[in-house]
Design a protein around this ligand. Structure first.
Ligand code: ADP
Length: 358
């Protein structure tokens, strides 16, 4: 039997390029626990996010490279992740939280909160630890969408957020009786957000998703300024007006130096459950067009679907109720792209071109 030379294994692995970082796995120090037993080569690939969507691609590339090494008869490739942290746009990080992602929209009713919840579920399905900060002061409904019925616990001066299916959530909804209209004055909002950012025990989180209030006014801007964000995604519907909405969103985050990771088009198409005919109720293509024009990535589209709405109303997101459904998989794909984009930003690379608006 040919003895496998460790040196040859390293050489082979140094030909495998990590698709996001465009460098090889050895240079990136992503290979650990390399063991060679007879013809079997085993090792662990250390990722920068557990939600990496490229695991299979990397595994196949490693297997391919090792095929040329004399004596290798089998491989065992495991994955682990040490999630990288961002620069938090220059602000103090939230204890235990590695990355903070804003989900925003130019106006209400486009499905921003629904998207926040389902992206959280998607990131979790890919292996990440996730929480949601419901900062939608005008309509805080994340606890309802997650099926959370308990209040946060208070220990000394810290809040312990309740969670559902492993997703922790802190919300404006916990602070006021249901149905009470919320009218926030600047300093009051400031105080509550500060408290949410600094006085909540999130535990260890790979990603904290912030469901922003809809719009791009002063309240939203000061929120974007207060929260140490790694990046933001914009949710839009496909109509033409989405372009001006998205442009305003982009300009707002630019003002506070938060990179836009991309645009998600929600309510893209209605597929009739009976005849499967597709109807573009809210027109089509607006999200993609906006992304193209603003030079930010288009992250994908989500159709109008009864099970998404029901999942929100019943407090069981579609990704939990039907994890294998095509819609859940679409959310997962978008979540993976966002995780990759954050990892790339964290590594100091700048693949995301940010358009220049005044
Ligand atoms: P926003 O946060 O932008 O105000 P919501 O997430 O609260 O919007 O969504 C508004 C309504 O639309 C909710 O009833 C939600 O269930 C529904 N909804 C959102 N996205 C979809 C979708 N893709 N398909 C069907 N219903 C959706």
């Amino acid at each position: 039997m040919t003895q496998v030379a460790e040196e040859k294994v390293w050489q082979a692995l140094s030909r495998v390029i990590e698709p996001d970082f465009k460098k090889d796995l050895v240079t990136l120090k992503m290979i650990e626990n390399l063991k060679i037993e007879d013809g079997k080569v085993s090792f662990t690939i250390v990722l920068t996010t557990p939600a990496c969507p490229l695991k299979d691609e990397m595994k196949n590339a490693c297997n391919e490279a090792l095929r040329s090494v004399p004596g290798v008869t089998s491989t065992e490739i495991a994955f682990t992740a040490r999630t990288t942290s961002g620069t938090f746009s220059g602000k103090a990080p939230i204890t235990g939280v590695r990355n903070v992602l804003a989900v925003s929209s130019g106006k209400g009713g486009v499905g921003k909160s629904t998207t926040s919840v389902n992206l959280a579920v998607g990131l979790q399905a890919l292996g990440a630890k996730v929480g949601i900060l419901d900062a939608d002061v005008y309509g805080p409904n994340i606890p309802m969408m997650l099926g959370i019925k308990t209040q946060p616990k208070q220990v000394e001066n810290r809040f312990i957020p309740p969670s559902s299916n492993g997703i922790a959530c802190m919300s404006m909804a916990f602070l006021v009786p249901p149905g009470t209209p919320l009218i926030w004055r600047g300093p009051m909002l400031h105080g509550v957000i500060q408290q949410f950012v600094r006085d909540v025990e999130w535990g260890e989180l790979d990603y904290l998703i912030v469901d922003m209030p809809p719009g791009t006014g002063d309240a939203q801007l000061s929120l974007a300024q207060l929260v140490p964000l790694s990046g933001a995604v914009i949710v839009t519907t496909p109509q033409e007006v989405s372009l001006s909405d998205s442009r305003r969103g982009l300009a707002m985050f630019q003002k506070v130096n938060v990179p836009i990771l991309g645009i998600i088009e929600n309510m893209s198409m209605f597929v009739c459950p009976n005849c499967h005919h597709e109807t573009p109720i809210f027109s089509q293509g607006g999200g993609e067009m906006a992304a193209k024009e603003l030079k930010v990535p288009f992250l994908g589209r989500i159709p109008i679907d009864l099970s998404i709405r029901e999942g929100g109303d019943q407090g069981v997101p579609i990704g939990i109720a039907q994890p294998q459904s095509p819609i859940s998989k679409s959310y997962e794909t978008i979540a993976g792209q966002i995780a990759s984009a954050i990892s790339i930003l964290n590594a100091g690379a700048k693949p995301i071109q940010i358009a220049n608006f005044g």
